[in-house]
Design a protein around this ligand. Structure first.
Ligand code: P6P
Length: 330
């Protein structure tokens, strides 16, 4: 990137596409639509309190979670925009129990999994929230899409990313050649490259876990959390940070170093976070940034999904911190 130059997300995507002369531009169009959706949701998130779209929608989603109005709006925005491009054959969303089949796109190449607005419990209290996406290529281009096309392991992702609606709105993504982050310049409504080729520090001093569930964690997780809270000659003092919004906790750790854990408990043996549209995209990003993501036993991206909305325990962040955790979780 030339010094003092502005690279917009559109320019960056176009440059990336030119590096692959045979691509028809479908993936670029999907990113165009994701970007437009991000700008629309950013507008709604920033105005939520003024135009009364805070609060509950009165329904619960497939997860049994109270649907917030912004959840529903975000889901509709992304689905409508991505349907317009005709480049997604179907969309799996946290907000919809079944796969959404995109009209007239039966022959499209890509499958999108998304959490349209993650961290919804933070919407009304003005804490950072985000949208998460994961993109796969269908495995069966010449026949109808099957569940095998949708239930692909994270190591088959062609792209993944998130938009964080925080003090700034940022679009962070990877297509397998590193992680780049773009900050929305409100004055020109363009995402501009602000964090090229992000690398997560190999070590960190931040651990993120909901210690309210500590009593229900497996002993190995308790032992690791107790270790994080010790101080002494051979160990830096760690800080506990937990925003309760995956994107916000993940983004901070990505830039500063740290570890995020959502452990299994007796009542939730697979933890809370969903594999296809939360843990897999985060795992792709963290590995591209030099970090690690595990379910406690194997690499998140090697898990073979069996259900659309399946959950998985997750430990993700700085490589040496995740390795440190794994020594406790033998
Ligand atoms: P808990 C938000 O609902 C979410 O899915 C993630 O964004 C967040 O990290 C996690 O759940 C918080 O869950 O059980 O700690 O409140």
């Amino acid at each position: 990137m030339k010094k003092n130059s502005i690279t917009t997300l559109n320019q960056f995507i176009s440059d990336q596409q030119n590096m692959f002369p045979f691509v028809q531009g479908s993936l670029s169009r999907i990113f165009r639509d994701l970007q437009l959706g991000a700008k629309m949701i950013n507008r709604d998130v920033r105005q939520a309190g003024l135009i009364d779209i805070l609060g509950d929608f009165g329904n619960t989603n497939v997860q049994g979670e109270e649907q917030k109005k912004l959840d529903v709006i975000s889901n509709e925005v992304f689905i409508k925009l991505l349907e317009m491009s005709g480049d997604c054959v179907c969309i799996l969303s946290e907000e919809s129990e079944d796969v959404h089949w995109c009209e007239g796109a039966e022959n499209a190449k890509y499958i999108l999994a998304m959490d349209p607005l993650d961290g919804s419990s933070n919407i009304d209290v003005n804490a950072s929230i985000g949208s998460i996406f994961s993109i796969y290529k269908r495995r069966s281009p010449n026949q109808a899409v099957t569940m095998e096309d949708i239930l692909q392991p994270g190591n088959c992702q062609v792209a993944a990313g998130y938009i964080i609606y925080g003090t700034a709105t940022m679009f962070v993504y990877t297509t397998g050649s590193g992680v780049n982050a773009f900050t929305l310049d409100d004055s020109i409504q363009e995402f501009c490259l602000s964090h090229p080729d992000i690398q997560i520090p190999k070590n960190g001093k931040i651990f993120s876990v909901n210690e309210g569930n500590y009593a229900d964690f497996p002993e190995s997780y308790k032992n690791y959390i107790d270790y994080c809270k010790t101080t002494g000659e051979s160990k830096k003092t760690y800080s506990a940070r937990y925003i309760g919004s995956l994107i916000a906790d993940f983004h901070r750790n990505l830039l500063k170093g740290g570890i995020y854990l959502y452990p299994p408990t007796l009542s939730a043996p697979n933890g809370k976070l969903r594999l296809l549209y939360e843990c897999n995209p985060m795992a792709f990003l963290i590995e591209q940034a030099g970090g690690k993501a595990t379910n406690g036993s194997i690499r998140i991206m090697d898990i073979q999904p069996t259900e659309l909305h399946q959950r998985t325990p997750v430990v993700i962040g700085s490589e040496n911190m995740v390795d440190e955790f794994l020594t406790y979780n033998k």
